[in-house]
Design a protein around this ligand. Structure first.
Ligand code: SF4
Ligand code: SF4
Length: 204
């Protein structure tokens, strides 16, 4: 005959007279513990649009789409909360450490469609003033200039970008996608993609 397990019995009696371990959610709001990883959010002012978070996301929950329209281009970054697994890799590997952060939100009950559970931000591109191709998002260029400080003046594209941002140089009139643009010595004093920069340096 099996004998009653006294240890379990004692635990059961104690639980009977103790307050509940669970809380009253959803009747009362639940506050998760401090380091809880919940729904990730982009912070537009701190995100450079570099796309590193999308590359490290194991669930492919971050989507990066580049759209070219005439002489301008935009990068759209979307985090899909329905496929996110809240691992925190995006936050841990963010270029600025603040571009995307995990909140403490855990309650995803909704009547919305699954595909509407997302957040999208947009970033304008810096365009090559020779071939018209997008180079990197403007905020990423600005971040690099700030990060390397005076060293950015050794790069003509970064220098021009900085001078324009403080109003000390005029903006070049763009010819969208003009692949036939003549590359010569003076082209070096433009914002250029790596391919045009290499060609301009070789030809001058
Ligand atoms: S928390 Fe993890 S799964 Fe979710 S978006 Fe960030 S990297 Fe992707
Ligand atoms: S700055 Fe951070 S959040 Fe923005 S795209 Fe880069 S890695 Fe992602």
């Amino acid at each position: 005959m099996r004998r009653p397990k006294l240890r379990e019995l004692k635990e059961a009696v104690r639980a009977l007279f103790s307050p509940a371990y669970t809380n009253d959610f959803p009747r009362k709001p639940h506050k998760p513990f401090e380091r809880f990883r919940g729904r990730p959010y982009f912070h537009e002012e701190d995100c450079t649009g570099c796309g590193a978070c999308a590359q490290v996301c194991p669930a492919k929950a971050i989507e990066v789409n580049d759209e070219i329209k005439g002489a301008s281009a935009k990068r759209k970054l979307t985090v899909h909360w329905d496929t996110c697994i809240f691992c925190g890799q995006c936050e841990a590997n963010c270029l600025t450490s603040k571009g995307i952060t995990l909140s403490q939100e855990f309650d995803f009950a909704t009547t919305e469609k699954r595909e509407d559970l997302k957040q999208t931000i947009e970033k304008e591109f810096v365009m090559c003033e020779c071939c018209g191709e997008p180079i990197v998002p403007q905020d990423q260029y600005a971040w690099v200039v700030k990060k390397i400080g005076l060293f950015s003046f050794t790069n003509a594209s970064l220098l021009l970008f900085y001078l324009r941002s403080v109003g000390l140089a005029l903006k070049e009139k763009m010819t969208p996608g003009d692949k036939s643009a003549v590359i010569n010595r003076s082209t070096r004093l433009k914002i250029l993609c790596p391919r045009c920069r290499r060609e301009a340096v070789l030809k001058s």
